[in-house]
Design a protein around this ligand. Structure first.
Ligand code: NAP
Length: 510
């Protein structure tokens, strides 16, 4: 029987949420909590969450290691049933969680509901994947040898996630980890622990045995650090910044842990002269500005054929200026706040700096503090024209509602500019010409390629991940998730000598 979450009411009706360790909700060992405030209104206290430390992490890894002994050997069909049940539970709460997501993270209500719906789909998809074949059968030099491979679980996996998709990213890491027989210690971003609690609640209520999934909330230094350094954690799945990813890559290399990194992007949308301009406009603006530009797959460079660059830039400027920025829970709002005050100040500062250096700012970039926006992390969506591809604006991920237009002469130059960055996550092309589309798909250095749609779309049944500095050559989602969350065993079963008709001819090269 799973205990109810710790929700001690404090003054003002604010809820307190604990960690989920060994099948029970409990406060941090120190009893301390962290405040979680809404980015649209700092006076809105979303909740108090366990401010955990090394003792909580140790307890979570203890529980996960113990649970692995039975979960890893258990039936994949039983795991599938739990994931199906969790999907149904989450589905019944889509409206509530979508609303909480918008309040906690700042994306619009529509996007919050969309992301929660996607998480339901992900749980269902991996319930199905758990029932797929676990290996392959091969012919052998000895016709009587039974020779096959089997994918086995790894053990205790650390799942470390960012705030920008606070329920979908945890779902697409945790669901395959569990489906393939691993146990998990989950450390969500400090800014979005409520969505993490909601996902874990659904899985716990669906009947996960104690210790199979453990949630530990708190700061990177006091939770993330001891987690990734625990020798019993054999695999780390991380999505976040390149800086943290680089340090985790080094650490995992040193202690031999398996690691998967999904990092930043500087995603281009190329608009050629033959494109449908209205269609391209809608997708470039959505790709750049939805979720306040805080998607790893957001469009931050519009690389536009010079013949239409003037006209298209003008269209962009009008559309971006007209975007309604405000309370994400207001159905009229198109763009919410950034994740916090520091992010809003950083992005507004980047815009100012580029402007000071002479880059042509056509729209936005300023902090919005009027009326209902006075206590939130709001920045007006910004558009720069004539961006130098080698400048900071042309090279660095700003992770906010900022788009730069780079004029080019045709596809070859567009591809050269698009590829000349350290990232390679996603890319779009807008054209009516099929041969151009094929050349683009071949020539672009990106893990996710779109033609005539925005850079930010991704479906859960196909692999997701980037090239170059955007990833670690690994992929998440779809069938690719099995590769990360399992290890392969090759099994030769021969008959005992008395029943062996002829000696096998297998060599011994290894
Ligand atoms: P972040 O600062 O790197 O944090 C990501 C997660 O790592 C958080 O849970 C954070 O905890 C934790 N963490 C930080 N330092 C750690 C350490 N030393 N050891 C263990 N854990 C540590 O990234 P973010 O600001 O949340 O996310 C934005 C970045 O994520 C952007 O660059 C974006 O492009 C990228 N992203 C990539 C993808 C993709 O699939 N490629 C998807 C979404 C986002 P705290 O929250 O407590 O600091």
């Amino acid at each position: 029987m799973v205990a109810a979450p710790t929700r001690a009411e404090t003054g003002g009706g604010v809820q307190t949420f604990g960690n989920y360790i060994a099948g029970e909700w409990r406060p941090a060992a120190t009893g301390e909590t962290l405040e979680n405030r809404s980015p649209s209104n700092r006076d809105d206290l979303v909740g108090l969450f366990a401010a955990s430390g090394p003792d909580d992490v140790r307890a979570a890894v203890d529980a996960a290691a113990e649970a692995f002994e039975t979960w890893g050997k258990g039936s994949p069909i039983a795991r599938a049933n739990i994931l199906h049940k969790a999907a149904n539970i989450l589905e019944g709460r889509i409206e509530q969680i979508g609303r909480e997501l918008a309040r906690e993270e700042g994306k619009t209500l529509k996007e919050g509901i969309g992301e929660t719906t996607r998480s339901v789909q992900i749980l269902r998809y991996y319930a199905g994947e758990a029932q797929q074949p676990t290996g392959e059968h091969y012919p052998s030099v000895n016709p009587l040898t039974l020779l096959y491979t089997v994918h086995e679980p790894l053990g205790v996996c650390a799942v470390i996630t960012p705030w920008n998709f606070p329920i979908a990213i945890p779902a697409w890491k945790i669901a395959p980890a569990l489906a393939f027989g691993n146990t998990v210690v989950f450390k969500p971003a400090s800014q979005t622990p409520l969505c993490a609690v909601r996902l874990v609640e659904a899985l716990a209520e669906a009947g996960l045995p104690p210790g199979v999934l453990n949630l530990v909330t708190g700061r990177a230094g006091s939770v993330g650090d001891p987690l990734v350094n625990d020798e019993r954690v054999v695999a780390i799945s991380f999505t976040g910044s390149n800086e943290v990813g680089a340090s985790l890559r080094k650490l995992a290399g040193e202690r031999g842990a398996k690691i998967q990194l999904e990092l930043g992007g500087k995603n281009p949308a190329i608009v050629l002269a033959d494109a449908d301009m209205d269609h391209a406009l809608m997708h470039v603006v959505n790709g750049a500005m939805m979720s306040t530009g805080q998607k790893c797959t957001a469009t931050s460079r519009a690389i536009v054929d010079r013949r239409v660059a003037g006209e298209f830039t003008e269209m962009l400027s009008k559309k971006i200026t007209a975007l309604r920025v405000g309370d994400p829970l207001d159905p009229e709002t198109q763009i919410g706040p950034l994740i916090d005050e520091a992010a809003a100040e950083r992005v507004a500062g980047e815009v100012q700096q580029a402007k000071d250096q002479g880059v042509s700012l056509l729209a936005g970039g300023e902090r919005l503090r009027d009326g209902g926006r006075k206590n939130g992390a709001f920045v007006a969506p910004a558009l720069f024209a004539e961006v130098d591809p080698s400048s900071r604006m042309g090279q660095e991920e700003l992770f906010g509602p900022v788009l730069g237009v780079i004029p080019v002469d045709g596809l070859d130059e567009a591809l050269a500019v698009a590829n000349k960055v350290r990232y390679g996550l996603s890319a779009s092309l807008f054209t009516r010409d099929l041969s151009t589309a094929l050349l683009f798909a071949q020539g672009i250095q990106a893990g996710i390629v779109h033609v005539n749609s925005e850079t930010a779309g991704a479906e859960p049944q196909v692999p997701f991940g980037g090239m170059k500095g955007s990833s670690s050559y690994s992929r998440e989602q779809g069938k690719a998730a099995r590769e990360f969350y399992t290890q392969m065993k090759t099994v030769y079963i021969d008959l005992p000598p008395a029943e062996q008709p002829s000696p096998g001819g297998r060599g011994s090269l290894a």
